[in-house]
Design a protein around this ligand. Structure first.
Ligand code: SF4
Length: 457
């Protein structure tokens, strides 16, 4: 049976059409409020964005959902788990750093209107093991322990590309995001006995090239970033003491992006499968019928919000989706992103995938040329939902007074609340204009001279 996916686009000419209130409306239309009861603790799963990323989820997109959960009498709490330390300046790999990064991106208890839980502790070591009964590859993983105290969860996602999952939607927000640090290592297979970092190859040519740069060069930084001193530079050669390696992944980013560390090709092909596998374990631990999904398909960059930059979006923003089915909602985002032309000048345009009907994420986002459908098919295999969906075009609320900023209400509008102060303010004004415009509107409408030259610095 097809699942229902509710959608509204991102056009707006009124308060009710603001995308953050459209999100509330599709939340209601999808019946996500039925997933919890008054008094329940409801996690709002987000991704705060890595330091340097500028197109990740906005706090105001989350606040409107938080307020809707509060309106229904439940206790929302914004949740996430620490990341693996995948570069030398990881900004979310400890609870303290993650809260700092969240605050820099505007996510605080004050801006969200509810507490924030980093659910796997300061160093990601607070976890519970979860079984994955019917995974494509994983048999178990590890979830942030705090998540098990939730009665329900609303997954608020920014849809975009992802180098491993090919796309990053609701499945990825949970499948990677709800993992403790060890859970994330499992999902990425970085601690796998066969494919894990301990068994990765070394490209000595790349290492020697890195060693030519002034200190501290890529080799210095790689060695120093390994907490277990597994790397040594001797006789113009990078030595890797594999016995010392604990597969913590601190070398993952610097090693992979520089080409010094060489993962086996198999690992890249499996990531799209392990994400839905882990998702199954995490969602089953919380309660499969207790999790709902709201996805903002805006600013759809080729890279995930885990990277510390944001490329130009591949396609223009679409709008906001809601569903009880994580597979259907991701499928709807993928299909709609295919249906439109690419953003001129984007990576999709540059690589020749600008025309409608092209698989933007398959061709522009994944590391290894894996299909964007692999994650969807793995999720179906796991029994997480269906790719068949009915797209239901929602419409904005008719009474937008419910979204007025408090304390203003139709009974107490701003001018009424502040009428006493109005009487104390001096409203008089001395003449402050010429008799007429001194420069005609006709002349003002003529385009003035612009660029006179262009050059590289
Ligand atoms: S122990 Fe060192 S070499 Fe092993 S994964 Fe961690 S940082 Fe890399």
């Amino acid at each position: 049976m097809a699942s229902q996916v509710f959608f509204m686009n991102d056009r707006a000419n009124s308060l009710a059409e603001s995308i953050k209130f459209k999100a509330v409306k599709v939340f209601r239309d999808a019946g996500l409020g039925e997933l919890f009861l008054p008094g329940d603790w409801v996690g709002v799963k987000v991704h705060f964005g890595e330091h340097g990323n500028s197109l990740s989820l906005r706090p105001q997109y989350v606040r409107s959902i938080v307020e809707e959960i509060q309106r229904l009498g439940a206790n929302p709490v914004v949740v996430d788990c620490t990341t693996i330390c995948f570069n030398e300046y990881s900004s979310r790999a400890t609870r303290t750093d993650m809260l700092r990064t969240a605050a820099r991106h505007g996510f605080t208890e004050e801006t969200l209107g509810c507490p924030i839980w980093i659910a796997d502790g300061e160093f990601g070591e607070e976890e519970v093991k979860v079984e994955i009964p019917h995974g494509v590859y994983l048999t178990h993983s590890y979830m942030g322990r705090g998540l098990k105290y939730l009665d329900a969860m609303i997954v608020v996602t920014h849809f975009k590309g992802h180098p491993m999952g090919v796309f990053g939607g609701a499945l990825k927000n949970v499948g990677i995001g709800c993992g403790s640090k060890r859970g994330k290592l499992c999902t990425h297979l970085l601690n796998h006995p066969l494919y894990g970092i301990r068994n990765w190859g070394i490209n000595q040519q790349a290492a020697q090239a890195a060693a030519q740069a002034p200190h501290p060069n890529g080799i210095d930084r790689l060695m120093k970033n390994c907490p277990f001193d597994a790397f040594r530079w001797e006789n113009d050669t990078l030595h890797f003491d594999r016995e010392k390696c604990q597969m913590c992944a601190a070398c993952f980013g610097p090693g992979l992006f520089s080409g010094i560390l060489q993962p086996p090709p198999e690992i890249m092909l499996m990531w799209a499968a392990t994400i839905p596998d882990a998702f199954a374990g995490y969602v089953n631990a919380i309660g499969k019928d207790k999790v709902g999904y709201v996805t903002y398909a805006v600013d759809m960059t080729p890279w995930c919000d885990c990277v510390n930059w944001s490329d130009k979006p591949l396609v223009f923003s679409l709008g906001v989706f809601a569903s009880k089915d994580p597979v259907a909602i991701d499928m709807a985002c993928l299909e709609m992103s295919e249906a439109h032309s690419a953003v001129p000048g984007s990576k999709a345009d540059e690589l020749g995938f600008a025309e409608p009907g092209t698989e933007r994420f398959t061709n522009c986002a994944g590391f290894a040329g894996v299909s964007q459908w692999a994650q969807i098919n793995s999720a179906i295999y796991n029994g997480l939902g269906t790719s068949e969906y009915e797209l239901i075009l929602s419409s904005p609320v008719t009474d937008d007074t419910q979204f007025w900023m408090k304390p203003y209400t139709p009974e107490n509008p701003w001018g009424w609340v502040h009428r006493k102060e109005h009487h104390k303010i001096d409203w008089t004004v001395e003449p402050y204009t010429h008799r007429d415009l001194q420069f005609s509107m006709v002349d003002m409408s003529v385009k003035p001279k612009g660029k006179v030259a262009e050059r590289e610095l």
